[in-house]
Design a protein around this ligand. Structure first.
Ligand code: ADP
Length: 368
């Protein structure tokens, strides 16, 4: 008889389902993506059926009975402080949070519902991107609007990318024996955010009520005066398209026509907009590093992670330039070689590979 020792990870987005298969001992067996979901009648249910079929065909699974649990990346968990086995109460919570994350939670729910139908006996675990940030103190999480309004509509800083931040913290603990007490982690992917972590707990993060706040991103504007948003609304005489403008047409792409950092860097010295996009990206990042150093009362370690953080030495160099007064001093050669430790000052500057799927698998293992 087969052993139930494999964990399936699902990350359901609007147009794709990303998946990974792990053993209970955290060994990744395979990962992949099914695209074009939502096109030509292809649903999340179809995509998940396709994933399971492929896992059998490629012999990563011999039977579905080998799967002991399914871990779901769920973007918004509202006030959930930890991962949970999905039952009626948790499902209700994820549904309630859909209004707060309309671009993500509804698709996460579709994935959960599909796998529950296909494999009804296997437990499902929700791992929330917001959970890591539930330690952020009220003073950092509260916006300056009437409390009546924020309470009624649940408006506060939730923060995102929490699964990645938790992974980085746990890896630091494994390698160093403890999480550095004043740690800043820059998760720089297509969506980018930065978090101040004190004694292992998130105390500030740049994304807020939605993932739109904070750093300049691939296609999101990040920080912008809401007055400017109202001005655009007034000039265009409508609001709906502004959400799209700020989420999908802004950021690096809005300034320089592409959100691919590799292309932008190739053009940096000959194209004014490519230079501007990269310079704004690094300026904003540096501003937050300074602010979060103040929040933490100093800094011991800074970690760069995700697509840009792991692979773009020019971003690390430019955002750290001028921060020598804080003890942040890069080793140029090591930085350009993408080494794990790239500093020679008193602050450790590290390049770390994040692994959100592995973190989800770890959470599933802990719960099942
Ligand atoms: P997502 O948020 O979609 O998971 P990623 O973490 O994959 O995003 O990061 C995407 C960004 O990372 C893009 O700007 C891409 O150009 C950049 N990137 C990814 N790999 C590399 C690489 N090898 N060299 C330079 N930039 C890279």
């Amino acid at each position: 008889m087969e052993q139930r020792n494999k964990i399936l990870i699902l990350n359901c987005g609007s147009s794709s389902v990303k998946y990974a298969l792990f053993t209970k001992s955290e060994k990744q067996l395979t990962k992949g993506i099914i695209s074009h979901v939502g096109e030509k009648g292809k649903t999340h249910h179809h995509a998940i059926q396709e994933i399971l079929k492929q896992l059998l065909q490629k012999k990563y699974l011999h039977s579905y009975n080998e799967i002991c649990a399914v871990g779901h990346r769920v973007v918004h968990g509202k006030d959930s402080t930890q991962s949970s086995i999905i039952n009626k109460k948790i499902l209700k919570k994820i549904k309630e949070a859909s209004v707060l994350a309309p671009l993500h939670n509804p698709h996460n729910l579709e994935g959960i519902s599909a796998i529950q139908k296909i494999l009804p006996k296997i437990p499902n675990i929700a791992v929330f991107d917001t959970a890591f940030h539930t330690t952020i103190p009220e003073v950092a999480a509260t916006y300056g609007i009437p409390q009546k309004v924020s309470k009624k509509y649940h408006i506060k800083r939730y923060g995102f990318h929490g699964i990645s931040y938790q992974y980085i913290c746990e890896e630091r603990k494994k390698e160093q024996g403890k999480i550095p007490s004043r740690l800043i982690v820059c998760h720089l992917g297509n969506g980018s955010s930065i978090t101040a972590i004190k004694n292992g707990k998130s105390v500030e993060t740049s994304m807020g009520f939605t993932p739109m706040e904070g750093l300049l991103m691939g296609t999101r504007a990040g920080d912008i005066d809401v007055g400017a948003v109202f001005h655009i609304a007034k000039m265009q005489n409508e609001c709906r398209s502004i959400d799209h403008l700020l989420n999908f047409e802004s950021g690096l792409k809005g300034i320089a026509g592409t959100n691919d950092m590799r292309i932008l860097w190739k053009k940096y010295f000959k194209n004014k907009n490519a230079k501007l996009a990269i310079d704004i990206y690094c300026h904003r990042l540096q501003k937050y590093i300074g602010a979060y150093t103040a929040i933490l009362g100093g800094i011991d370690t800074i970690v760069f992670t995700a697509g840009i953080g792991e692979n773009c030495p020019w971003i690390r160099e430019k955002s750290c330039q001028g921060l020598e007064f804080l003890g942040i001093q890069l080793d140029k050669e090591k930085n350009w070689k993408n080494k794990a430790k790239i500093s020679r000052g008193k602050v450790n500057v590290l390049v770390m590979k994040t692994n959100e799927e592995k973190m989800i698998a770890r959470e599933v293992s802990r719960l099942v």
